[in-house]
Design a protein around this ligand. Structure first.
Ligand code: PLP
Length: 401
């Protein structure tokens, strides 16, 4: 049990950098010996590293990891080992964490709305020179607060683009409309050593052509502004598989993006950037829960939407892959039935409708491994209702999907 760490309370971006744990051979071996009655977070550093290597190899430009997706230092370290050197950060804590871990990392502050303090500290303490904006007021703020790096500033305009075809629409909050973007690009150009256009097509984008359409809009906007642009950043959104979704292969996304990028020949030297989150880390994390009660097809489990399973809840309804973990001496029924989950808190929103397919005889005391939770999983948990305890292990076996 010495290789299993207690995770208490909520730490979105922990400042202390943990030593690597010896990876345990498999989830089953840990569960069946430790028999955890609290959620067990399983990280797969080898899978994270591989996902990073594959993405870097395939993407036709520079890859920034979107840290909010999973800021666990162990995850950051695995991605770094897979070759990631650029980080898309969106809060002072994320900036500080990445800088503390990797002195040589390139940090890009891609949140379009920041406090003056956050901009100033990112510049002065952490050497950040790249900032996103989607309004004239934010642009003024950056130019004022980043005065110490005047002449070295990277300014990235966040453009509003369609989020149709993505499971998570991120268009309601950020992004300048094309007409405003034209004016903002002209205004920003004189202050920028590097001027860029960035966008987000929505998370879990299931249509590779969404990137091409957004890139065409970006290039039209740049042409209308009549200024030179140094960076085209296609954002995140690259999808992963869930129990009921098999997205097109990433290669299809990369070739769409590469083809659209070639159309930008009239901007020689324009760099291409991408900001994957989910696609790099989803497979590298899972959570093992225990069944506390079965009532018909309802399973009451020890983690829920206020824990690691927000995206299985009513807001997102992702159908994560599941797998029963039980002693080999008690074989599971071959028949599979659809189940729904209820989390441990007393709140009625703490339910996950799935349906999740599990052996017909699943029962109290069984464990269930829930996969693809490396992205937007444990980093979303709260301490609501006192359910703030979990454990963490690193394992060597492969992801569920
Ligand atoms: C969340 C976010 C990302 C990562 O999105 P994924 O869909 O997880 O790839 C990238 N860029 C920005 C600006 C984001 O807010």
């Amino acid at each position: 049990m010495s290789t299993m760490l207690l995770r208490r309370a909520v730490a979105p971006a922990r400042r202390e950098i943990p030593a690597p744990l010896p990876p345990l051979p498999s989830v089953d071996s840990v569960v069946l010996s430790a028999r955890p009655s609290e959620p067990l977070h399983c990280l797969r550093p080898a899978a994270l590293q591989q996902a990073a290597t594959d993405f870097l190899r395939g993407f036709p430009g520079r890859v920034l990891y979107a840290v909010k997706c999973n800021p666990d230092p162990r995850v950051l370290r695995a991605l770094w080992e897979g070759g990631v050197r650029h980080f898309d950060c969106a809060s002072p804590n994320e900036v500080a964490l990445v800088r503390q871990m990797f002195e040589d990392a390139s940090i890009h502050y891609m949140h379009p709305v920041k406090s003056r303090t956050a901009i100033g500290e990112a510049v002065a303490r952490h050497g950040v020179t790249d900032f996103a904006f989607d309004s004239g007021d934010e642009l003024d703020k950056i130019i004022a607060e980043a005065a110490p790096v005047r002449g070295r500033l990277g300014l990235l305009l966040r453009l509003a683009v369609s989020n149709a075809g993505s499971s998570f629409d991120l268009s309601g909050k950020f992004g300048a409309a094309a007409d405003d973007a034209v004016a903002l690009l002209r205004r920003a150009r004189p202050s920028a050593q590097r001027l860029g256009v960035t966008f987000h097509v929505g998370s879990q984008a299931l249509d590779p052509a969404a990137y091409r359409r957004a890139m065409v809009l970006a290039m039209e906007t740049i042409a209308r502004a009549g200024v030179s642009v140094d960076i085209l950043d296609v954002g995140g959104g690259f999808p992963v598989a869930y129990a009921d979704v098999t997205p097109p292969p990433l290669a299809d996304y990369f070739s769409e993006i590469a083809a659209a990028y070639r159309l930008s020949g009239w901007h020689p030297g324009m760099q291409l950037w991408g900001e994957p989150g989910r696609a790099l880390v989803a497979g590298g994390g899972s959570v093992v829960v225990q069944v506390q009660l079965r009532r018909g097809r309802d399973l009451y489990i020890n983690d829920g939407v206020y824990g690691s399973l927000f995206d299985a809840g009513p807001t997102s309804r992702l159908r994560f892959p599941v797998r029963l973990v039980r002693d080999a001496a008690v074989p599971a029924a071959a028949e599979r039935l659809p189940f729904r989950f209820f989390g441990p808190t007393c709140d009625s929103h703490d339910r996950m409708d799935g349906p999740f397919l599990l052996p017909a005889d699943v029962r109290e005391g069984d464990w269930i491994e829930i996969g693809q939770l490396g992205a937007y999983g444990a980093c979303l948990r709260t301490a609501f209702n006192g359910f703030d305890r979990a454990h963490l292990v690193e394992v060597a076996d492969g992801p569920l999907l």
